[in-house]
Design a protein around this ligand. Sequence first.
Ligand code: PEP
Ligand code: MG
Length: 601
Amino acid sequence: MDTPKQNHHETVFKGIGASPGIAIGRAFFLDKYKVKIPQRRLTGQEIDYETTRFKKAVSEAENQINKLVAGLPEELGSHSGIFKSHLMILRDRMLYDQVLKLIPEEKINAEWAISKAVDHVRTLFNQIRDQYIRERVKDLDYVAERVLGIMAGHSAVELGDIKEPVIVVAHDLSPADTVRIKPSKILAFLTDMGSRTSHTAIIARSLGIPAVVSLENITSEVFSGERLVVDGLTGEVILAPDDDILGLYKKKQTCYVRYRDDIISSSHLPAVTRDGLEIKIKANIEIADEIQSARANGADGIGLLRTEYLYLSRKELPSEEDLFAAYKDTLTSMAPCPVTIRTLDIGGDKFASSISFGEELNPALGLRAIRLCLKEPWLFRTQLRAILRASAYGQIKILFPLISGRQEILEAKRHLNEVKNELGAQGIAFDEQIRLGIMIEVPTAVMIADILARDVDFFSIGTNDLIQYSLAIDRVNEHVAYMYEPLHPGILRMINQAVESAHKAGIEVAMCGEMAGEPLYIPILVGMGIDELSMNAISIPRVKRLIRQCDMAPCAGLVKELLDLPGAREVEIALSAFFHERFPEERWLDPGLCQETRTLG
Ligand code: PEP
Ligand code: MG
């Protein structure tokens, strides 16, 4: 290990808390070499040699990945999908074919061609709205690094070699790095890069290891052997903590472990308020790897299966059989719980190379989601057939995204009915009573929610888009991020109106936007009488626990008060006071309320 930096004063870094928990320990700097990219112009005779060298390196990379999958420990078996996608990327048109084209065309060596191909894909991916999908360009980097490493004659870096429990500090960690870890040897992960949806984050959560990502430059500030405190709840990392801070975080660590054990032990029970109202608590998932975490955290089902991944992760469109197999797998892995499948929310800047309708000036307001599906019925109907066929194997609900008016519902239902008739005529089984819902995420859908409720079985409020479209701010534009205010009274009034309209029409209403999993907002959602909340699996135990401590009447009173306040700031103050008073044991956990640790940090 390196010598620690001398005369360090305590420094606090702020990143994204990607996996909760507190860790105190010494840093282990994973100094992954970045492979240097040699750049050389080839003579005509060298082209064949270079092409063969590249093909051989790809075959060797395949061998390495296959070996790694075969040796995966049982608890990580569900993550093998990541490596299957790496195998696919190795042979993908945009990488493999492109490199084989660039070598002779531009007469450049293989490493240079690889880096050019990767740069091109990165530029395309960076324009994508969906953060999860954008993150997948990382997989391409990992795959390219592996091939480049083989060409340079490097052996793979082994995280499995770590001998004593440490806090791993790295610029980035590939899934291959993360799955080789012996969990008993890792206290926490810290990375410069990453987000809540990066693989490191997903795997850290399933291993129960605290992680803080997106720390930007922690690798240039921290040396191996230095003492660190990691708070995966707030995203804070403290370098060279003094004894007072150490003492404080040891206390927080003990409290957190006790609290987590406690909430996990009851998270398989239903979330029922003290006065008897049950709220279904479900998980949002995008990939099959997340099902295990949904189950472990006590999800009452999948409330939002985002179906874009299968369309965006490959060069050809998935076939009806591919989709059917994936939906049936999800359903059987979650059985007997229900699964809500949202139809394709692709288009605009979430593009697939196989479906392209040209560039749009304003993609978020463009040909997206249900609009694209209604314009391209073949695309929509293939997915509907797959969903309906899977519905014979368990309880599926269908959810249409981005509905802005009644006509879209009628058209979508017409396609659904025609597909049902087709299947019926072919003697293929499906759930004839399949329930149908719409996302409430466009302001006009809120305004006429009473009318729309007549044509569907349930609503699911998508606050991520509802906030974007109501406040007229791009949800991924950091310049207007300060305006993204879930507690804006206008947003609260819209949510309330959607809930009231649903209930007046006798249908259920869920929420599946990020607001649903935010502990501070729970009293509001309970007070409004929401029927279901769907969230990131890791948030489920805490949300269930909070709901069990709520009573309807005071929460409904709180809503009434908040709906009359002039702005988000006033709402936050009143809500925090309510939360503080009702849930005192939550105080030390919440970054917004935990004064003790914040001021000392
Ligand atoms: C939403 O808009 O709140 C939502 C859940 O959908 P997505 O984030 O996939 O757009
Ligand atoms: Mg949405």
